[in-house]
Design a protein around this ligand. Sequence first.
Ligand code: NAD
Ligand code: GLY
Length: 370
Amino acid sequence: MPATKVIVNLPDEAPYDVRIGAGVLGGLGAHVAALPALASVRRALVVTDGNVAPLYAARTKESLAQAGFRVSDIVVPAGEESKSLEVAGEVWEAMAALALGRDSVVVALGGGVVGDLAGFAASTYMRGVPVVQVPTTLLAMVDSSVGGKTGVNLEAGKNLVGTFKQPAYVCADTATLATLPAREWTCGCAEIAKSAVIDSDDFFFWLADAAEALAARDEETAAEAIARSVVFKADVVAADKTESRGVRECLNYGHTLGHAVEALAGYGTFSHGAAVAEGMRFAARLGVALADTPLDFVRMQDELLDDLGLPALGWAADPADMLDAMKRDKKARGGKVRFVLPRDVGDWELVDVEDDVILEHLAAWQGSKG
Ligand code: NAD
Ligand code: GLY
């Protein structure tokens, strides 16, 4: 299967390629060496985590070294806890100890945690060195490696400190997905479903047909789902690079209730994907009341999520607690909770919903869990 190339063209930024396919990691070094914007780069720091390092760090470093880069690496613990100022500090210190200068590139090898952390470190070290994203989770391939959001978490909440730093190149080697745990696969599937619903009939109905193959991890289907998701995300980011125009928020579809589910059930109880899928189901039902969303849409989306291995949760929390959790999320505006509501496939709106309306729907949601 040949590799696919998607070009991300954003206002006031150098265009960059996203290369998708089995084996593209082998060409990483040659590709980076050929980037005109990185012509003066001689050194590469691979940032990865403790799960990914034994699987793919050697191959990554070899490809970079063969292309003439002097290569170092730093391995951070796997997991969301590494998205912290403390670990970012360790990365900065390691960069300084290696005497990395502005002739360096940071290569983020891993999932969204490594991508966000390494992107943050790259964008701040010496006021910014280039970053290349090498996503190895389905979620990172379809979402976090593209669009330039970087960040770390604070005690007060997720992603509260960060930058916008577009990568110079994204290398999505689909062969690396072979080792991804099943739970992480469904996280990527949820973000693909989110993208398809928000994007268009074309993406949605393609995915509806392909859902079972994607859930079964068919390689060709996965590569196409990644490419379609990247094209969608690139278009959204091109329209609203810094999330200031009311467009990029569409990527938050399903996440408003999803984040509250994760927080109240206890992080890790449900996967992020399972929580987002639950959030999409809830938002669609809220849409029926507030945005004239057809019941047919609700049914089709339910079927899609079922086919992707993302069934409705048999869990609910007290509506008042859920509302509180939503308000603690940084995306609440002026005290009201903002939802992305689907009017239909490919048609959505941002709605600041009154508390009593949310509570009423949360009560129905809780009741539906028996
Ligand atoms: P993750 O980075 O924690 O990876 C999930 C798990 O899979 C980890 O244990 C990791 O070590 C392991 N892993 C990664 N690749 C593997 C492989 N090929 N084989 C075996 N194991 C592998 O989680 P994630 O879901 O990729 O990313 C979640 C993060 O992404 C969150 O912090 C979220 O905030 C962030 N995010 C950022 C953006 C953005 O635009 N920047 C968008 C969405 C999500
Ligand atoms: N929340 C994902 C993004 O805006 O890129």
